[in-house]
Design a protein around this ligand. Structure first.
Ligand code: GDP
Length: 194
Protein backbone atom coordinates (compact mmCIF):
# COMPACT_ATOMS: atom_id res chain seq x y z
CA UNK A 1 0.00 0.00 0.00
CA UNK A 2 1.35 3.36 -1.02
CA UNK A 3 0.01 6.29 0.94
CA UNK A 4 1.46 9.70 0.58
CA UNK A 5 0.52 13.07 2.05
CA UNK A 6 -0.23 15.50 -0.77
CA UNK A 7 -1.36 18.84 0.55
CA UNK A 8 -3.09 20.58 3.40
CA UNK A 9 -5.61 23.11 2.09
CA UNK A 10 -6.90 26.01 4.16
CA UNK A 11 -8.66 27.55 1.15
CA UNK A 12 -10.33 26.06 -1.92
CA UNK A 13 -7.61 27.52 -4.18
CA UNK A 14 -5.21 25.13 -2.47
CA UNK A 15 -7.14 21.98 -3.37
CA UNK A 16 -5.13 19.79 -5.76
CA UNK A 17 -6.34 19.49 -9.36
CA UNK A 18 -9.38 17.26 -9.80
CA UNK A 19 -7.74 14.09 -11.06
CA UNK A 20 -8.10 10.84 -9.11
CA UNK A 21 -11.42 9.67 -7.58
CA UNK A 22 -11.77 10.90 -4.01
CA UNK A 23 -13.07 9.38 -0.79
CA UNK A 24 -13.89 11.98 1.86
CA UNK A 25 -13.76 11.30 5.61
CA UNK A 26 -16.22 13.27 7.73
CA UNK A 27 -17.14 13.27 11.39
CA UNK A 28 -17.11 15.05 14.71
CA UNK A 29 -13.74 15.86 16.23
CA UNK A 30 -12.34 12.96 18.18
CA UNK A 31 -14.62 10.44 16.43
CA UNK A 32 -11.54 8.46 15.34
CA UNK A 33 -11.05 9.82 11.83
CA UNK A 34 -7.25 9.90 11.89
CA UNK A 35 -7.21 6.39 13.33
CA UNK A 36 -9.46 5.21 10.51
CA UNK A 37 -7.21 6.78 7.87
CA UNK A 38 -4.20 5.14 9.45
CA UNK A 39 -6.02 1.82 9.82
CA UNK A 40 -7.11 1.71 6.19
CA UNK A 41 -3.64 2.50 4.89
CA UNK A 42 -1.82 0.31 7.40
CA UNK A 43 0.21 3.31 8.50
CA UNK A 44 0.71 4.42 12.05
CA UNK A 45 1.09 8.08 11.39
CA UNK A 46 -0.29 9.02 7.98
CA UNK A 47 -2.90 11.17 9.69
CA UNK A 48 -2.08 12.80 12.96
CA UNK A 49 -4.07 11.33 15.86
CA UNK A 50 -4.30 13.58 18.83
CA UNK A 51 -5.69 14.07 22.28
CA UNK A 52 -6.45 17.68 21.35
CA UNK A 53 -9.59 17.56 19.26
CA UNK A 54 -10.52 20.40 16.99
CA UNK A 55 -7.05 21.41 15.98
CA UNK A 56 -7.12 20.49 12.32
CA UNK A 57 -8.64 23.32 10.35
CA UNK A 58 -7.50 22.25 6.94
CA UNK A 59 -8.60 19.70 4.38
CA UNK A 60 -5.80 17.19 4.02
CA UNK A 61 -5.34 15.24 0.80
CA UNK A 62 -3.51 11.91 0.55
CA UNK A 63 -2.67 9.94 -2.56
CA UNK A 64 -3.32 6.21 -2.20
CA UNK A 65 -1.63 3.74 -4.56
CA UNK A 66 -1.57 6.40 -7.29
CA UNK A 67 -5.23 5.48 -7.77
CA UNK A 68 -7.26 7.43 -5.23
CA UNK A 69 -7.25 10.44 -3.00
CA UNK A 70 -8.27 10.13 0.63
CA UNK A 71 -9.58 13.50 1.79
CA UNK A 72 -9.60 14.25 5.49
CA UNK A 73 -12.11 16.99 6.26
CA UNK A 74 -11.89 18.99 9.49
CA UNK A 75 -13.79 17.47 12.41
CA UNK A 76 -16.88 19.39 13.44
CA UNK A 77 -18.68 19.96 16.70
CA UNK A 78 -15.80 21.12 18.82
CA UNK A 79 -17.38 23.57 21.25
CA UNK A 80 -14.29 25.54 22.18
CA UNK A 81 -13.65 26.84 18.67
CA UNK A 82 -14.59 30.51 18.28
CA UNK A 83 -17.52 31.27 15.98
CA UNK A 84 -15.42 33.02 13.38
CA UNK A 85 -13.18 30.00 12.87
CA UNK A 86 -16.18 27.70 12.84
CA UNK A 87 -17.67 29.82 10.05
CA UNK A 88 -14.47 29.51 8.04
CA UNK A 89 -14.40 25.71 8.43
CA UNK A 90 -17.98 25.46 7.34
CA UNK A 91 -17.28 27.46 4.21
CA UNK A 92 -14.27 25.30 3.40
CA UNK A 93 -16.18 22.05 3.90
CA UNK A 94 -19.22 23.34 2.00
CA UNK A 95 -17.05 24.40 -0.87
CA UNK A 96 -15.36 21.00 -1.11
CA UNK A 97 -18.57 18.98 -0.79
CA UNK A 98 -20.55 21.16 -3.15
CA UNK A 99 -18.09 21.63 -5.93
CA UNK A 100 -15.67 18.74 -6.05
CA UNK A 101 -16.30 16.80 -9.25
CA UNK A 102 -14.00 13.90 -8.39
CA UNK A 103 -15.67 13.19 -5.03
CA UNK A 104 -17.04 9.63 -5.28
CA UNK A 105 -17.89 8.61 -1.73
CA UNK A 106 -18.18 10.19 1.72
CA UNK A 107 -17.45 8.10 4.77
CA UNK A 108 -19.56 9.53 7.57
CA UNK A 109 -18.05 8.51 10.90
CA UNK A 110 -20.13 8.04 14.04
CA UNK A 111 -18.84 6.99 17.44
CA UNK A 112 -20.32 3.51 18.07
CA UNK A 113 -21.18 4.47 21.61
CA UNK A 114 -22.88 7.74 20.79
CA UNK A 115 -24.56 7.13 17.48
CA UNK A 116 -26.12 10.06 15.66
CA UNK A 117 -25.69 13.51 17.09
CA UNK A 118 -27.35 16.64 15.81
CA UNK A 119 -24.55 17.77 13.51
CA UNK A 120 -24.16 14.27 12.07
CA UNK A 121 -27.82 14.31 11.13
CA UNK A 122 -27.49 17.75 9.60
CA UNK A 123 -24.55 16.60 7.55
CA UNK A 124 -26.36 13.44 6.49
CA UNK A 125 -29.41 15.47 5.36
CA UNK A 126 -27.12 17.81 3.47
CA UNK A 127 -25.35 14.94 1.68
CA UNK A 128 -28.68 13.41 0.72
CA UNK A 129 -30.01 16.73 -0.49
CA UNK A 130 -26.96 17.16 -2.70
CA UNK A 131 -27.09 13.55 -3.90
CA UNK A 132 -23.64 12.77 -2.52
CA UNK A 133 -23.16 9.01 -1.93
CA UNK A 134 -22.13 8.23 1.63
CA UNK A 135 -21.48 5.28 3.89
CA UNK A 136 -21.76 5.28 7.67
CA UNK A 137 -18.80 3.91 9.63
CA UNK A 138 -19.29 3.24 13.36
CA UNK A 139 -15.90 3.89 14.96
CA UNK A 140 -14.28 2.58 18.15
CA UNK A 141 -16.36 -0.60 17.91
CA UNK A 142 -14.01 -2.32 20.37
CA UNK A 143 -15.30 -0.02 23.12
CA UNK A 144 -18.63 -1.82 23.04
CA UNK A 145 -17.62 -4.88 24.97
CA UNK A 146 -20.67 -7.13 25.17
CA UNK A 147 -22.72 -8.48 22.29
CA UNK A 148 -25.70 -6.71 23.77
CA UNK A 149 -23.94 -3.34 23.79
CA UNK A 150 -22.81 -3.85 20.21
CA UNK A 151 -26.30 -4.78 19.20
CA UNK A 152 -27.81 -1.75 20.85
CA UNK A 153 -25.20 0.58 19.34
CA UNK A 154 -25.76 -0.63 15.80
CA UNK A 155 -29.55 -0.63 16.25
CA UNK A 156 -29.37 3.03 17.28
CA UNK A 157 -27.40 3.88 14.16
CA UNK A 158 -29.75 1.88 11.93
CA UNK A 159 -32.76 3.64 13.43
CA UNK A 160 -32.06 6.48 11.00
CA UNK A 161 -33.16 5.19 7.66
CA UNK A 162 -30.12 4.24 5.55
CA UNK A 163 -29.88 2.59 2.15
CA UNK A 164 -26.90 0.53 3.32
CA UNK A 165 -25.62 -1.37 6.33
CA UNK A 166 -23.37 0.77 8.59
CA UNK A 167 -19.90 -0.75 9.04
CA UNK A 168 -18.42 -1.18 12.53
CA UNK A 169 -14.74 -0.24 12.62
CA UNK A 170 -12.04 -0.57 15.27
CA UNK A 171 -8.56 0.81 14.92
CA UNK A 172 -7.55 -1.46 17.78
CA UNK A 173 -8.69 -4.80 16.34
CA UNK A 174 -8.76 -3.93 12.63
CA UNK A 175 -12.42 -4.85 12.41
CA UNK A 176 -14.09 -3.30 9.38
CA UNK A 177 -10.97 -2.59 7.29
CA UNK A 178 -11.87 -5.21 4.70
CA UNK A 179 -15.53 -4.14 4.42
CA UNK A 180 -14.61 -0.48 3.99
CA UNK A 181 -12.04 -1.27 1.30
CA UNK A 182 -14.66 -3.40 -0.44
CA UNK A 183 -17.07 -0.48 -0.50
CA UNK A 184 -14.36 1.83 -1.80
CA UNK A 185 -13.37 -0.50 -4.61
CA UNK A 186 -16.99 -1.00 -5.63
CA UNK A 187 -17.48 2.71 -6.04
CA UNK A 188 -14.36 3.03 -8.11
CA UNK A 189 -15.13 0.22 -10.50
CA UNK A 190 -18.72 1.34 -10.96
CA UNK A 191 -17.67 4.93 -11.59
CA UNK A 192 -14.82 4.04 -13.87
CA UNK A 193 -16.03 1.68 -16.57
CA UNK A 194 -13.11 -0.06 -18.27
P1 GDP B 1 -10.03 12.31 15.17
O1 GDP B 1 -9.99 13.54 16.01
O2 GDP B 1 -11.41 12.05 14.65
O3 GDP B 1 -8.98 12.24 14.10
O4 GDP B 1 -9.78 11.08 16.17
P2 GDP B 1 -8.45 10.25 16.49
O5 GDP B 1 -8.21 9.21 15.47
O6 GDP B 1 -7.34 11.21 16.80
O7 GDP B 1 -8.91 9.50 17.82
C1 GDP B 1 -9.40 10.20 18.96
C2 GDP B 1 -9.14 9.35 20.20
O8 GDP B 1 -9.88 8.14 20.12
C3 GDP B 1 -7.67 8.95 20.36
O9 GDP B 1 -7.37 8.95 21.73
C4 GDP B 1 -7.64 7.54 19.79
O10 GDP B 1 -6.63 6.75 20.35
C5 GDP B 1 -9.01 7.00 20.17
N1 GDP B 1 -9.48 6.00 19.18
C6 GDP B 1 -9.62 6.20 17.85
N2 GDP B 1 -10.06 5.07 17.23
C7 GDP B 1 -10.21 4.14 18.20
C8 GDP B 1 -10.65 2.78 18.21
O11 GDP B 1 -11.02 2.17 17.18
N3 GDP B 1 -10.68 2.14 19.41
C9 GDP B 1 -10.33 2.76 20.58
N4 GDP B 1 -10.41 2.05 21.70
N5 GDP B 1 -9.90 4.04 20.62
C10 GDP B 1 -9.85 4.73 19.45
Amino acid sequence: MQAEFLVSAARPEQFPAESLPEIAFLGRSNVGKSSLLNGLTGRRDLAFTSAQPGRTQTINFYRINDALHFVDLPGYGFARVPGEIRGRWKKLIDSYLTERKTLELCLLLLDSRRGWMEQDLELRDWLEFRGRPYMVVATKADKLKSQQEQHRGMAGIRSQRLDHEPVPFSAVTGRGVREIWQAISKIRTSSQPQ
